[in-house]
Design a protein around this ligand. Structure first.
Ligand SMILES: NC(=O)c1ccc[n+]([C@@H]2O[C@H](COP(=O)([O-])OP(=O)(O)OC[C@H]3O[C@@H](n4cnc5c(N)ncnc54)[C@H](OP(=O)(O)O)[C@@H]3O)[C@@H](O)[C@H]2O)c1
Length: 261
């Protein structure tokens, strides 16, 4: 794979109001302009004020990625911002019995975790690739999946399925776009110390040994352009890196044998 050697010019970070997304925003090079999005406009403004630096554009767009209007707003702003790095990180995962879950929460899980990365990737990748070609640089796409992508998880059924979708999407795009100037990374965090567990209603909060989101974001930015899938967590890394490698090899083979349309 080709290593992304220069900082990207402009990044869109979804889910930037907390956790791993906020950590991504903080971990980006100050040479990278950044467009932050999430629903909490006040949190976005606070983070933007911290990240702004002379000559650096830091902008925010408050939007609900579970809605078409939110997706339209974010995609339009990102295109106008000239992004060449998309970090599709926003995610929700309500914990509980499937038969007790509200249809609204299941719809939100699929909209934010599945539909948003698909639509943002489809709308933004053409411009990202065009700008990368024009500048003789490489664009980047990080899709935040999860360790949960590799196994079905009862009481997180829709969430784990959505993360399996994210993993497959990133792996397939990485293979399909191999000849384009864009690096694609599927990031599969293990338990990470964010608001996620509390928001999910997962009793007990963060699991013992949960990772620092800053470490996860920094490792992902280092991995972009070096590997296609980054599995976090010592045990998961050991158990899942083999399957991840095999999946990537199959995807690359299929990209070669399946006709272009
Ligand atoms: N923490 C973990 O243990 C863990 C493990 C594996 C994978 N992940 C993945 O990591 C990603 C980030 O999660 P996190 O752990 O950092 O959790 P988090 O602290 O709860 O952050 C989730 C982010 O997603 C945004 N978001 C949620 N619903 C949204 C919506 N409808 N529209 C727009 N933005 C929305 C939130 O912003 P607003 O609330 O401001 O909208 C927030 O910025 C997720 O994709 C998650 O699946 C997390």
């Amino acid at each position: 794979m080709t290593r992304t050697s220069t900082p990207h010019r402009a990044a869109l970070v979804t889910g930037a109001t907390s956790g791993i997304g906020e950590a991504f925003a903080r971990a980006l090079s100050t040479g990278t302009d950044v467009l932050l999005t999430g629903r909490d406009g006040a949190a976005l403004e606070r983070l933007a004020a911290e990240l702004v630096a002379p000559g650096r554009r830091v902008e925010t767009v408050a939007a609900d990625l579970a809605t078409d209007a939110g997706l339209d707003a974010v995609a339009a702003r990102a295109e106008a911002f000239g992004v060449d790095l998309l970090i599709a990180n926003a995610g929700v995962g309500p914990f509980g019995d499937f038969l007790q879950a509200s249809e609204a929460s299941l719809r939100a899980t699929v909209s934010v975790n599945v539909m948003a990365p698909v639509v943002l990737s489809r709308r933004l990748l053409p411009g990202m690739i065009r700008r990368a070609e024009a500048g003789r640089r490489r664009a980047g796409l990080v899709i935040v999946s999860s360790n949960a992508a590799f196994v079905p998880v009862p009481r997180l059924a829709a969430y784990a399925a959505s993360k399996a979708f994210d993993l497959s999407l990133a792996e397939a795009l990485s293979a399909e776009l191999a000849a384009e100037p864009v690096d694609v990374l599927a990031l599969c965090p293990t338990a990470t110390r964010t608001k996620f567990a509390a928001r999910s209603g997962f009793g007990g909060g963060n699991l013992p040994g949960a990772e620092d989101p800053a470490d996860v974001a920094a490792a992902a930015l280092r991995a972009l352009g070096r590997v296609r899938t980054l599995v976090r967590g010592p045990l998961s890394g050991l158990l899942l890196s083999g399957p991840a490698f095999a999946r990537a090899a199959v995807a690359q083979t299929l990209a070669l044998v399946l006709p272009r349309r």
